[in-house]
Design a protein around this ligand. Structure first.
Ligand SMILES: Nc1nc2c(c(=O)[nH]1)N[C@H]1C(S)=C(S)[C@@H](COP(=O)(O)OP(=O)(O)OC[C@H]3O[C@@H](n4cnc5c(=O)[nH]c(N)nc54)[C@H](O)[C@@H]3O)O[C@H]1N2
Ligand SMILES: Nc1nc2c(c(=O)[nH]1)N[C@H]1C(S)=C(S)[C@@H](COP(=O)(O)OP(=O)(O)OC[C@H]3O[C@@H](n4cnc5c(=O)[nH]c(N)nc54)[C@H](O)[C@@H]3O)O[C@H]1N2
Ligand SMILES: [Mo]
Length: 859
């Protein structure tokens, strides 16, 4: 490192010239951090020439939460590294940063950072030429001009249309709008799909959202069956490594998925290809096989004792009082009353899995073996699968793989993949008050753009699952602060229409993201690297503390500052929402952080804080005794519980309930048992007005599922959209984040995956440009032909930024939500993995690689 710095110094280039030279070569700043110096006066430089490793935030919503350190010299980030705070071992692993996190300096200091507040050239009060949103030029304006114009328009919209015309996707500005009389919000099932509501009323709500045992216990398994999960891509950090330890301990892996992904390859899993949105049919075929082949004396497959003691609704004898005993699960599976036994042959038709393979899976679930039945959320981010979590629970209950060491059945996804149990270390609260929003209107994510365009929507509460009520609505403002909604919610084509309809669109942003591209006013905001610091939670064993890396870049401000400035202009008191500053909020989280003691039960404060610390931080607080000193925590950047086999931090999901369901009933079901029959579930969902479901899990042919690829299902004649498309979460990005980073674009080109068979039939070869067409939109990608995808299934990677060619109406960016329509089912699920498309060769030549596209550099 010293040599490198010497080299730069010896070049005898002034910093300014150095940057000029490097930006000319590529529109990235290779020595990230230089951009900072470029744009500010030298008096702003925060660091001395001394080099220092500082723990840097890696704050995105990917499945990891890793330790990321930056070598900072004179405000410049020279290098990044991962966790080297202790030696690595399987029980006590380092929390190593992934390649996205290590590219973060390319993001924070990217030449395409938004630098100044900007206004759309053809904007005028009331909107101006609204149809130009998305294509207009930008004008640099001052903060005062931006904030005055935005608050003036908000006032006008409120006066003309009332508070119900203000729609905000926001964490901070929505608090101000709430104080200003309220605003319309939104809700959705996002990551968890139908795991969002269903588990909470059937007695399954898996402890700490997983329902699986901890990672050390998983090493006791004989077999791990993975239904659609990809920790190697979607849970950065340790989960894939932890699964390797399970493999090293001797377990076998089976994967049920339309795609043989890198996780399965890593674990040498046996692949059972299965079409998307058909897991319910497959599990019913498994249930049928279990019932058919079980013999308590000669072939005991079913755990009758667990079913009897711990569940209701499995058979006619275990139905709750007042229900129709014919409506039980077993008789549905056997087809006693509907005449359709849900045999392996029946399940084969939609799943594409051979009947023998389904029976093989059922036998692999043998109750006398130690089996982990794991699933990600992807299969439930689908339409008409509200009862999939209930069916998962039913299979776990039938085979008894619950509540015992080496046996488990539940969710393994995101940062908690493969490691169940409550958080062992956790941050405190930041101390900001809640602000009540007087407006109760709330759009379901799948309906928000339609609601704005159509002027009416289905109100079912703010994620409260109320009885459906049609409401009129006239939205004048779309305010984006929090996320990337136009890009990441279904129905982007409708979304663009909605953005071109309203009076005013505002977006806080670090780059010209999709939200910002279609806005009138874009307000540049700081990244976490430019804030005082914060805490990050990840897997249950760690808490990360990150610090400021650099001062705010250019004219960027943070979201709370903007909210407070708007509050002043709207005539509301900003201190009602933000009585304390960022540093105090950060300090409160540290002071309130807890860790679990060696007994595995009791908690104590994590951080030791002295009077001197409080004085140095210039905050309010009391000294306290904890496990690690504040300075040490900040320096190390992480507190990690050291795990050992046999320690008290282990976790066996549902153990208490299995052992004594009377003393330890499930708190979240009407009966206190696991409900294979749940009237509450059926009533709630049926009341919401999108679908009809039964109280026991059944297979409902989904909206835009396999069945819809046919125009004649019985005659097996394919329709206009003969393929299913799914959206694996991609290594290049965390959703839409990082899509603009050139290093990552170069590493992961973002192709569309097409099975070898389909490609051959359509005359497509590797490198051709392919047009994907759904009922809702069109997008282009370069083909990657592979045997890893099941025929009939196309893989379009999640999160790529839309790049609409207005002349052709075709997106050249590969945006998933251009294909996904604004469709809703069941509990208001965002059913992204249910989508049907057609594919055609568009040209022999590949599309311009993303890395060769120009970056969105405005000023
Ligand atoms: N078709 C399809 N759509 C999907 C999915 C899918 O599988 N298929 N997956 C869904 C899932 S699981 C999820 S969780 C969602 C994610 O949906 P989003 O949460 O909308 O996705 P992100 O891209 O993470 O958006 C975060 C945005 O916040 C910005 N940002 C970062 N820091 C700050 C800050 O301090 N202030 C402000 N104002 N902005 C900041 C980032 O630049 C980025 O634009 O996407 C969903 N959408
Ligand atoms: N690198 C990266 N990591 C991420 C994210 C990211 O954007 N980028 N996003 C994070 C977030 S917020 C979330 S919610 C998680 C998402 O994590 P997951 O939901 O696990 O992620 P996916 O990649 O959508 O899907 C995982 C696997 O499910 C399969 N699959 C899709 N549909 C079905 C189906 O109907 N049945 C079956 N059996 N399998 C199916 C896919 O082929 C894939 O192999 O990832 C997190 N991690
Ligand atoms: Mo997610």
């Amino acid at each position: 490192m010293t040599n490198f710095i010497d080299k730069i110094s010896n070049l005898n280039l002034s910093r300014r010239n150095f940057i000029k030279a490097s930006t000319a070569a590529a529109a990235i700043l290779p020595l990230a951090g230089c951009g900072n110096t470029l744009m500010r006066t030298s008096a702003d430089n925060i660091a001395t020439m001394e080099e220092r490793w500082i723990t840097a935030a890696c704050w995105h919503n990917c499945g990891g939460r890793c330790l990321n350190k930056a070598l900072v010299v004179d405000g410049v980030v020279l290098r990044q590294k991962g966790d080297d705070t202790h030696p690595d071992s399987p029980n006590y692993p380092q929390q190593r940063a992934c390649i996205r996190g290590r590219s973060q300096r390319q993001q924070v200091f990217g030449a395409d950072r938004l630098k100044y507040p900007m206004r759309r050239k053809n904007w005028a009060p009331g909107g101006g030429k609204k149809e130009l949103r998305g294509n207009d030029e930008w004008v640099r304006i001052s903060w005062d001009e931006a904030l005055d114009a935005i608050s003036g328009e908000i006032k006008r919209i409120k006066e003309e249309k009332g508070n119900r015309a203000l729609f905000a996707d926001s964490a901070n500005v929505s608090k101000v709008l709430s104080l200003y009389g309220g605003c319309v919000s939104h809700w959705g099932t996002t990551s968890r799909g139908n795991w969002t509501y269903t588990p909470d009323v059937i007695g399954y709500s898996p402890e700490s959202n997983s329902g699986i045992n901890d990672r050390l216990d998983m090493r006791n398994c004989d077999t791990v069956i993975m239904f659609g999960m990809n920790p190697a891509w979607s849970s950065a950090g340790n989960p894939a490594y932890n699964f390797m330890q399970v493999k090293n301990a001797g377990a076998e892996f089976i994967a049920v998925d339309p795609y043989y992904n890198d996780t399965y390859a890593l674990l040498d899993a046996e692949w059972i290809p299965c079409r998307p949105v058909t897991d319910t049919a497959l599990l019913l075929g498994i249930a049928h096989t279990l019932l058919q082949e079980d013999n308590p004396t000669t072939n005991p497959l079913i755990d009758w004792e667990f079913l009897k003691k711990n569940t209701i609704g499995f058979d006619a004898e275990s139905m709750p009082e007042g229900s129709d005993s014919k409506e039980n699960f077993k008789d549905y599976v056997l087809g006693t009353y509907d005449g359709i036994p849900k045999t392996a042959e029946w399940a084969s038709e939609s799943t594409g899995v051979e009947p023998n393979r389904i029976r093989y899976l059922a036998r692999a679930l043998n109750k006398n073996k130690k089996v982990a039945i794991l699933t990600g959320w992807a299969s439930a981010r689908t339409h008409n699968t509200d009862n999939l979590p209930q069916l998962f629970m039913t299979i776990g209950a039938m085979t008894g793989h619950m509540g015992k060491s080496g046996h488990m059945c539940g969710i393994s996804c995101h940062s908690r993949a493969g490691n169940g149990g409550a958080m062992l270390v956790a941050p405190g609260s930041n101390g900001l008050p809640a602000v009540k929003n007087p407006v109760d209107d709330s759009f379901n994510d799948t309906e928000m753009w339609k609601a704005i365009v159509d002027g009416q929507y289905n109100f079912t509460g703010q994620q409260k699952y109320l009885k459906s009520e049609t409401r009129k609505i006239d939205i004048g403002l779309i305010y984006h602060e929090l996320s990337s909604k136009l890009q990441t919610r279904a129905g982007m084509t409708k979304g663009i229409e909605a953005h071109r309809k309203v009076d005013l669109v505002v977006s806080h942003s670090q780059f010209l993201t999709t939200n910002s591209k279609y806005a009138d006013f874009v307000l540049p905001v700081t990244t976490e690297w430019e804030k005082p610091g914060g805490l990050l939670t990840g897997n249950r064993e760690i808490l990360i503390m990150y610090s400021q890396i650099t001062k705010p870049m250019y004219e960027c401000q943070d979201d709370q500052w903007i909210a407070k400035e708007l509050a002043k202009r709207l005539g509301v008191d900003p201190t009602k929402a933000f009585p304390i500053d960022y540093t105090q909020q950060f300090f409160n989280q540290i002071a309130g952080a807890t860790t679990t003691n060696e007994d595995g039960v009791t908690k104590e404060p994590l951080v030791t804080i002295t009077a001197a610390d409080i004085a140095e931080w210039k905050v309010k607080g009391k000294p306290q005794q904890g496990r690690i000193g504040l300075k040490e925590f900040q320096e190390k950047g992480i507190y990690q519980i050291e795990r050992k086999v046999g320690d008290n931090y282990g976790f066996i999901a549902f153990k208490d309930f299995r052992d004594d369901p009377v003393a330890k009933p499930r708190k979240n079901s009407a009966s206190g048992k696991m409900e294979i029959y749940s009237q509450v579930l059926a009533n709630t969902i049926n009341n919401m007005g999108y679908s009809k479901i039964k109280a026991v899990p059944t297979h409902i042919p989904p909206v835009e599922g396999y069945e819809e690829t046919f125009k004649d299902w019985k005659g097996k004649v394919k329709g206009d959209y003969p393929y299913q498309v799914i959206n694996p979460h991609y290594l290049r990005r965390s959703h839409s984040v990082f899509d603009n980073v050139q290093w990552l674009r170069e590493t992961w080109p973002n192709p569309v995956f097409i099975s070898a068979k389909d490609a051959q039939e359509k005359g497509i070869v590797d490198g051709n440009t392919v047009l994907l067409t759904s009922k809702h939109g069109k997008t282009l990608r370069t083909a990657l032909v592979t045997e890893r995808f099941m025929p009939g299934i196309v893989g379009l990677l999640h999160g790529s930024w839309v790049d609409m060619d207005e002349k052709t109406g075709i997106d050249t960016g590969g945006a998933d939500n251009i294909l996904n329509g604004p469709l809703t089912s069941g509990q208001g699920v965002s059913g992204w993995n249910s989508c049907v498309v057609n594919i055609e060769k568009y040209s022999d030549a590949p599309l311009t690689p993303d890395v060769n596209k120009s970056q969105r550099i405005i000023f």
